[in-house]
Design a protein around this ligand. Structure first.
Ligand code: UDP
Length: 241
């Protein structure tokens, strides 16, 4: 089951499971076309400060709830969906890679440091993923057009972009305007997690909805970013969802 809800003016897909979302994105044996965006509290608050980001998220075809605050907000505003769980971007990305291998979908990887990208690509290759191109995340704006042409020429149908937020969302939009015939996904630190460079929170923390706290304790520089969570907590408590 995949349905849509609205949280703070943003349309979000609700899927009963991650598998249901993957099946939806590949229904009729064809990968969907559009942008797949992870929504969390930080991104919602950021989008209220940054009009361009807000427009991008509002126009994105497939937003999903990656972030316990968003999941709790859906439970509160839409009690009929109180069973839905968080879909972590890194897990969804991996599931899409597995499905792409199965369906022989051509994949283009963008983002992260060159060494991380090389390791990610090699590991995906052993899983049978058809990688038709790749580019690390440290290119200049002068190189963007050439990269977009490369993506287009590769014929990729799934393009995953790890540049962090909101950089990845902005670049994805630019690519999509030139080459709309693909599914784009912003994946943040997913490649780093995939090759074991960055550790996810232990499962018990994830299950308790505390992955954000684990990341904060390991990367205290995220505190400034996570201050936005306080603003979101107010929206939640004041029923401004
Ligand atoms: N990154 C990049 N180019 C940049 C900035 C960041 O390729 O100009 C990569 C960085 O190496 C890392 C990822 O983007 O692999 C960002 O991960 P982060 O955990 O910050 O993403 P989040 O999911 O928190 O937005």
């Amino acid at each position: 089951m995949v349905d849509k809800v609205i949280i703070r003016g943003i349309e979000i897909l609700v899927a009963s499971t991650q598998t249901a979302l993957v099946e939806y994105l590949f229904s009729k044996n064809e990968i969907k076309v559009g942008r797949l965006v992870a929504i969390n509290a930080e991104k919602i608050v950021l989008s209220e400060e940054n009009r361009q980001l807000r427009q991008l998220i509002q126009a994105s075809e497939y937003n999903y709830a990656d972030g316990i605050s968003i999941v709790k907000s859906i439970h509160k505003k839409y009690p009929q969906y109180r069973h839905i769980e968080r879909i972590a971007g890194a897990d969804l990305w991996l599931a899409l890679m597995q499905k792409s291998a199965e369906m022989a979908v051509p994949v283009f990887l963008i983002g992260s440091e060159a060494v991380t990208l090389a390791e990610t690509s090699a590991k995906l290759g052993t899983m049978g993923v058809n990688i038709v191109g790749q580019q690390d995340g440290y290119f200049s704006s002068a190189q963007e057009n050439e990269l977009i042409e490369r993506v287009q020429r590769s014929g990729a149908k799934l393009i995953t972009v790890a540049l962090g937020s909101p950089k990845q969302e902005l670049f994805i939009k630019k690519m999509q305007d030139c080459y709309p015939d693909a599914l784009y996904m912003g994946v943040g630190g997913s490649y780093d997690v995939f090759i074991g460079k960055v550790k996810r929170a232990p499962l018990i923390w994830q299950k308790m909805g505390l992955e954000w706290l684990y990341r904060l304790l390991h990367q205290p520089t995220r505190l400034k970013r996570q201050i936005r969570l306080l603003k979101y907590a107010y929206y939640y408590l004041a029923n401004k969802l």
